[in-house]
Design a protein around this ligand. Sequence first.
Ligand code: SD4
Length: 291
Amino acid sequence: MWGMIATWRMAVEGITEASKGLEKGMDAGEAVVTAVKMVEDYPFYKSVGYGGLPNENCEVELDAAYMDGDTLAIGAVAGIRDYANPVSIARLLSEEKVNNFLVGTGAEEYAHKNGFERKNMLTDRAKQHYAKRKKETLDKGLSPYAGHDTVGMISLDEHGKMCAATSTSGLFMKRRGRIGDSALSGSGFFVDSEVGGATATGLGEDLMKGCISYEIVRLMKEGKHPQEACDIAVNQLDEELIRRRGKAGDLSLVAMNNKGEWGVATNIENFTFSVATKELEATVYISNRVD
Ligand code: SD4
């Protein structure tokens, strides 16, 4: 059995490509990084890698992470600028004994020393989005944070190894130096090959309040199907946030267990996700909030 699941429609080309590899015995780590890199390289996905949405100073600062579910090794970068594939840097960091999570200039120095490709990640299209949003924000008082999509992905290979990877430009118009859930294990992602993995998209500040990816893996470890685990964790956090804070930000999660069974839950309308398994060709589905 092999499988992959990811947040949003934007992952489907990457999943389609990586699935061919998994079918031929590709390692789960290779698969997840291959697929996420395809999303990072595509300029028209507005919130991941090249073409990602800028922060309030019109700079593209990227967060990414990688986790190996066999060894529980984790690597992550946050607020990194001018590097083409943050997910690959995160993966290399996961192989270090310590210093696995680097931010800003520290992450850029590491990438430079290790020969990663430097690239200006700010596109003209992203600059136009920035200018438009800035004007709207001033004119209509809109929240600068509306509009964000992160790619989070879980993979399972034929040997039973599972991996997770995330990559994002984070919240549009975020403050310089702001780090989201996508770089943080337990919140934006978590994977354990002995159980399964989960990964998130939405408002990082709220996803972190529930360590929600870890919570889903914990529920799967108790024996819950990934769908049930996602439903419980998302509903619980959504309700808690509303009860204690009056409202909940966007919370959307996907999960897969080590049998290739999968689940998804969201508190928004029209959350898209991409999934492929041995039985199922890479497909996109839409999931909706269930009240
Ligand atoms: C963040 N969770 O930085 C990310 C943004 C995101 O869909 O997922 N958007 O908070």
